[in-house]
Design a protein around this ligand. Structure first.
Ligand SMILES: C[S@@+](CC[C@H](N)C(=O)[O-])C[C@H]1O[C@@H](n2cnc3c(N)ncnc32)[C@H](O)[C@@H]1O
Length: 251
């Protein structure tokens, strides 16, 4: 027990002090904040995260008997939103590499009685455990910036969807509007890590979040990566003064 606490502390120390993108460290960090993840999402986004997810899910195709893939599903909020927006025959498979996140997601889904329609599985976004051309659409919300190779993750999502199906990405952006940009930068680098730390009790975890947002490609750059990954007709929408963007591309 003592050892596992020490391990977590040292992993978080490494995350704060080194600009690493090591899958094990990221996995450990998400597992450590899992119990407070949903609460912090609502608080830190001033409740906007629900609208962002709604908008992103709305970009998925409307297909009868569809099966969608939610990559980096976390506690399953996107999967739940898909079920809310789509008819009774639609199913969702969620994949994530944090068992703690998945466990909380499964409880939430079972409480709502939707376990027949949502299947959460352990898996890595860099090497998705599915056959080619399986899904009617794939979505990733606040997950892609954690991947070591964005293009590789997108190629994987593209591989597992059917022809003419779409990939949807919901992610934070680096804001362009200057005056709001300054406020946003301050919020992202100072306020958010502090609140995140107090509520999650995990030093440094939310500092990783701000750094990963600031390191993430600009919207046009992400569009280019999607095209390189094999998607076409890529477009994007900016929401809440450009705090987040929803990119959509077709296979
Ligand atoms: C910020 S959370 C987003 C969760 C959820 N999509 C949402 O909208 O709230 C990021 C999630 O990505 C997962 N993740 C990060 N890298 C991953 C990878 N390589 N494979 C699978 N899941 C990954 C983390 O475990 C975490 O649950």
């Amino acid at each position: 027990m003592q050892n596992s606490i020490r391990d977590k502390k040292s992993v978080i120390y490494l995350i704060i002090n080194k600009p690493v993108k090591d899958a094990v460290k990221i996995q450990c960090m998400f597992s450590s904040i899992a119990p407070r993840y949903d609460l912090l999402n609502r608080l830190l986004s001033f409740g906007r995260d629900r609208c962002w997810r709604k908008f992103a899910v709305n970009q998925l195709p409307r297909t009868d008997n569809a099966v969608f893939l939610d990559v980096a599903t976390g506690t399953g909020d996107i999967a739940l939103e898909i079920i809310k927006q789509h008819s009774g025959n639609t199913k969702v498979t969620g994949v994530d590499f944090s068992s703690q996140m998945l466990e909380l997601g499964r409880k939430k889904i079972a409480n709502l009685g939707w376990q027949e329609r949502i299947d959460l599985r352990h898996g890595d976004a860099n090497s998705l455990p599915f056959e080619d051309n399986t899904f009617d659409g794939a979505i990733i919300a606040f997950g892609i910036r954690n991947l070591p190779d964005y293009k590789r993750g997108l190629q994987e999502m593209t591989r597992v969807i059917k022809d003419n199906a779409s990939v949807v990405i919901l992610e934070f952006t680096n804001i362009k509007n200057r005056s709001f940009g300054k406020f946003y930068h301050l919020y992202l680098t100072k306020v958010l890590p502090l609140i995140g730390e107090i509520i999650s009790g995990r030093k440094g975890a939310y500092r990783y979040l701000s750094r990963s947002v600031l390191d993430f490609p600009e919207t046009e750059e992400l569009k280019a990566i999607m095209l390189e990954a094999g998607l076409r007709e890529v477009k994007y929408y900016l929401l809440t003064f450009g705090v987040v963007a929803v990119h959509v591309g077709i296979k």
